[in-house]
Structures are given as structure tokens and as C-alpha cells.
Design a protein around this ligand. Sequence first.
Ligand code: C2O
Ligand code: CU
Ligand code: CU
Length: 488
Amino acid sequence: MRRWLLGGLGLLLLLCGGGVAVVTWLVTRSATDTVGKVAFDRPLQISPLAASTVDADGRRVFDLTAQPGDSDLGHGAATRTWGYNGAYLGPTLRAKRGERVAVNVHNRLNEPTTVHWHGMHLPAKVDGGPHHPIPPGSDYQAAWTVDQPAATLWYHPHPSETTERQVYRGLAGLFIVDEPGVEPAGLPREYGVDDIPVVVQDKGFDGGQLSMSDRFLSDVGVLGDEILVNGTPGPYLDVRTALVRLRLLNASTARVYDFAMSDGRPLTMIGSDGGLLAAPYPTQHVRLSVGERAEVVVAMRPGERVELRSQPTGLGRFQGGRDAFDVLQLRAAAELRPGELPRQLADIPRLDPRQAARTRTFTFAGREINDGRMDMDRVDAVVVKDTTEVWNVANGHGTPHSFHIHDVQFQVLSVDGGAPPPELGGWKDTLFLEPRRRFSVIARFADYADPTTAYMFHCHVLRHEDEGMMGQFVVVEKEGDRPRLAHG
Ligand code: C2O
Ligand code: CU
Ligand code: CU
């Protein structure tokens, strides 16, 4: 009897001990730190500039084919991925303000997709949202006139409920808008030389394949423990200029980064989502939530090596907030071409809240915006063309979100009632909606009235978006006009 009791006790202790070990393992595994552990042994891949032709109508025409392929992402050469015109990611599209562009999209995947032009001001019909799926095997054309300041925009799929998986597999690319004559002289601007695309993504692997299993207790979806830049694991960049411009894009599905240099030198921020800042802003770190961009300039000295890192963000452990990563090593040549940044970068006319036609409030909590999930048949906001609106956006709980509006670039009026920090002083289309913070933003809906087609606003944490944390707005010609949605 006694022996039985002891045996039972022992077994119980063993089980408890095992439980504690498992929980300890899960919790430690839920923080990742790759600082000092990355080999930096592969040259940074630079996504090629997309080829284009000018058609008989004078339009610049691009082709994008969404297709499966095999990639070497550091776990063997046969990782199954998706890309545009290649196995992983897509080429960088580039056009000038005022240019008419057309993009022919070919879906060679075995499921529906769409291509959305994130940050682009364009008609709702060609916005590439979930209302307009491109069936497998078919083709689609989006055409519009580029009409906005020089900026680093991007494109990615936006189908109903499968966006996280499609982006994670590799579908994403940059769209750079130029505005010759307006962009100041002196900015590094030689693509791939001193003007570098830096598309940052986190990945998890299971054997040689991408893994989409969620981190323990994650409320944001997949958080990978390895970083790819432009699809390159452990990348380094050979630098030949004293100033190097990095066009940072957070193209991850859930992770927030806080970028800083390994030796603490400043990053000079020159641009946000929708264009250049008014003036360069030197800062110790640049935080980017999902979908956000920042253009930064790093000053280099001859012969040195320094790393771009991502440091802990302050978010919770299960939201990736304790993680730290080595991201990209910059290797300066023995001699560097000198450069100097201009003092002024852009004119940013301030939108005036006193001129706003409407003020709306959107509260993000659970997976809902104002207690509702995405409904393609419900219009959440009817906006009158050529008016300005103030949107108060609040995060009502402890989960991080990333607030994005289609069609427009907005300005941040306030953060928790106070003045916004300098990094939020320029044009934005995506905003880190930190837990329990409130923001007020202002935008002008200048044109493209179309009562039949909705634009979206949503959380850009792609798991949340897929789960319906998204709403719709329609731009109408004049006050009193009603939307008449006509999709499907
Ligand atoms: Cu980058 Cu609605 O998306
Ligand atoms: Cu978008
Ligand atoms: Cu969210």
C-alpha cells in the first residue's frame, strides 16, 4: 500500500515536473534573439526593377505573374514558395507622378488571388480588394494614373480570408513612385547602389518548408524566428557611398519591428508611407508595424561594418515584443563616394480639422471594428468626394493592431490627445495601433467617386484581416448620394 502510494506520488511529481519543463520550454521558446548569431554570408538580393513597355496609348505597361516556385531561404534549395515573375517576392515597379500605368496580372496559382496597390491613390475598381478575385489561370488588368508624391508603396494579394497565407508564401513587391523635379537633389537615388529596397519578413521553418504554425499563445498569428530581407537569409550589403538610403518595408504578416543600428548610430528618417518628410529626422530607432514603410539614410565610414537590427518593441512576449534580430549587415568599401543630405525634403500642406466635413470613430477590439466584422454587403462609411474627414481610431484592448486605409494618405493629428512624434509627421497610410492608444487622423478624399465599389480600411495584421477585422467605405459624388454595391 505504502509502496503504491509512494509510486503514485513519484509519478505525480514526474508529471508536474514534466509540465513545468514543457511550460518553461514554451515560454522561453516564445522569445527569440538572433543578435550576434547571424552569419551574414549572403549578398543581399535586390529585387529587379520590373520591365515595362509604353503602349500605343502612351501607358506604361507592366506584367506580373503570380506563380509557385522553389526558393533557397536558408533551409535547402527546395522550399516551396510563391512569387511574382519568379519564385519569391516580386520585381519593383516604378513610375512617375502623372504617368498612366497598366499592370497585367496573370494568376498561375491554383487558387484565387488579387493584387492590391498598397498606398496608391486610385479608383476603387482597380484597388484589388477581395471583391475582385482573379480566378486561377486567368488574367486581369489594373490601369490608373499615378498622382501622388514620390513614395515607397507596395503591392500584395488581398483575397478574402487567405491574405496571410499568400503573403507569407512570398507574394509581395515594392512600387516606387518618383516625382522628378520635386524630389530634392542630394538624396541617394541609384537603385541597388545607394538606394536599397529592404523588404523585411519573419519566417518559421519546418524541415525545408515554410511553417505557418502559430507561436504559443500568440494573438497575432504567425511569428517566425528567422528574418529574410528581400528573400535573403543572413544578408550583407556592400556599400560604396557615405550615405545609403534604405527603403524599409515591413512585409511580415504579424510582427512589429523596432529598427536600430548595432552601434547606436542614428538612422536619419527621410520618408514615411506616403512620401518624404518635411525635413530629415535623425533618430535612434524606427518602429514599423505590419505594412508600414520608412525611408532612412545611414551614414557610413570607410572600411567599417555595422548591422541593422530589430530590438524588443515593448509589446508582450506572445506578440513577439521581446524578440531581437540581426537583420542586415552593411559593409563599407575602403573608399566611399561622399554625400550630403538636403535640409528640406518636401512641402507637406497640413490638412485642417476645422475644414472636416465629418468626424468618425473606429474602435478596434477583439477581431472587430466598432463591434462588427467585415461584411461585403455593408458599407461602414459613405464619404463625399472632395471632402476632408477626421477619423478617430482607438485600440480598445491589449492586442496590437495596424490601422490601414485604402485610397488615401492621411496625416496624424494626435496621439492620445497630444501632438504626434516627428516620425508620424508626414504622409501615412498605415499606423501602428498600439494597445490602448487612440489616434486622430485626417484625410482628403479628393476624387474617384464610385457608388458601386467599396474601398477597405482594416487591421493589417494579416490574421486579423483574414478574420474580418475590416470595414468598407464608398466615395460618392455628392452629399445624399447612396452607395449601390455591385460586386460578385
Ligand atoms: Cu496592404 Cu488592404 O492592404
Ligand atoms: Cu492597402
Ligand atoms: Cu489587428
